[in-house]
Design a protein around this ligand. Structure first.
Ligand code: SF4
Ligand code: SF4
Ligand code: SF4
Length: 284
């Protein structure tokens, strides 16, 4: 698992990084000689995004060889020793008090924190609870609710600073392979602000609008290879709004294809509704 060594660019003040010719005693291996410490941790989630990583097979294991994996329970069951991290990757929402403790500790320990997937980034499917019966939703699942923690579902950036988001439900494997090495090297990548439509049209798809079928593609961040419209299903926005996505124009375009209620209901599936409401606040 640790057969190869990654040679990272030195981080921070180069005067502190050590040098092969240096006569100064060193208590810690120079950054360029040690593997970055990474933890991949699931809070409350279906863990589907973590399985995308495993589905990458050898490509993911090649990345794992370049790091010291401090915690990733789908690969090992060792106790997280609680040491400082170069990168923490968080999947899911902090729902229980134990989740919250884990999240706050990861943020404190990690130089960079990235969220993995729609739940952690936008509240995801669990956030539907907030939009409807709120705390009462639990009564549909459990007969006795005493002792069960049942807070409002709120995504990770409500509690800690997030440096990067791997969007999607689940995340896109190729995107993980593209951006994870950057994060491991201590750099924060930027996903190009292009709509799903760019990949959709590049694939030669006939736009759903031409068949009077709704689609959120124009306001949603691309990078998923437009999998849904390619399968003739509307984009429901699991990757979230583009920075420049025009939600009001999207509503107006879709008026003839779906009712306001249908629009609202669809935006609830992946936690898009509150982001749209925030975007449409006066002054934004
Ligand atoms: S984003 Fe989707 S696949 Fe990932 S943890 Fe949430 S529900 Fe599961
Ligand atoms: S089908 Fe959707 S994603 Fe594809 S071009 Fe039309 S609006 Fe854009
Ligand atoms: S097409 Fe839309 S809903 Fe489908 S994966 Fe891409 S962003 Fe998510």
């Amino acid at each position: 698992m640790h057969a190869t060594t990654i040679h990272l660019k030195p981080q921070g003040n180069s005067a502190n990084q050590g040098h092969p010719d240096s006569t100064e005693p060193s208590v810690q291996a120079p950054v360029s000689e040690r593997k970055p410490k990474v933890a991949i941790v699931s809070l409350t989630s279906c863990e589907g995004c973590q399985f995308v990583l495993l589905d990458l097979g050898e490509k993911f294991l090649n990345l794992v060889n370049q790091i010291e994996m401090v915690d990733f329970r789908l690969l090992e069951d060792l106790e997280d020793p609680g040491e400082a991290l170069d990168l923490a990757i968080v999947e899911g929402n902090p729902v229980t008090s134990e989740n919250m403790k884990t999240l706050l500790s990861l943020r404190e320990r990690a130089k960079l924190l990235a969220v993995l997937g729609n739940c952690a980034a936008m509240g995801g499917i669990p956030e539907i609870k907030n939009y409807h019966e709120g705390p009462n939703t639990i009564k549909r699942v459990y007969k006795y609710i005493q002792g069960i923690e049942n807070p409002e579902v709120r995504e990770v950036d409500n509690f800690v600073k997030v440096d990067f988001t791997f969007p999607g439900c689940p995340v896109t494997g190729e995107e993980v392979l593209k951006y994870l090495p950057e994060l491991i090297a201590g750099r924060i990548p930027e996903i190009p602000d292009k709509p799903v439509c760019v990949e959709c049209l590049r694939k030669g798809n006939k736009c759903l609008f031409l068949e009077k079928k709704p689609c959120f593609g124009p306001m949603i961040l691309g990078g998923c290879d437009a999998v849904c419209p390619t399968a003739r299903m509307m984009c429901q926005g699991c990757r979230g709004l583009r920075k420049t996505g025009n939600t009001k124009a999207m509503r107006a375009t879709l008026k003839t294809m779906m009712t306001d209620q249908e629009f609202e209901d669809t935006t609830e599936i992946y936690g898009l509704r509150d982001d749209i409401e925030a975007r449409e606040q006066p002054g934004n």
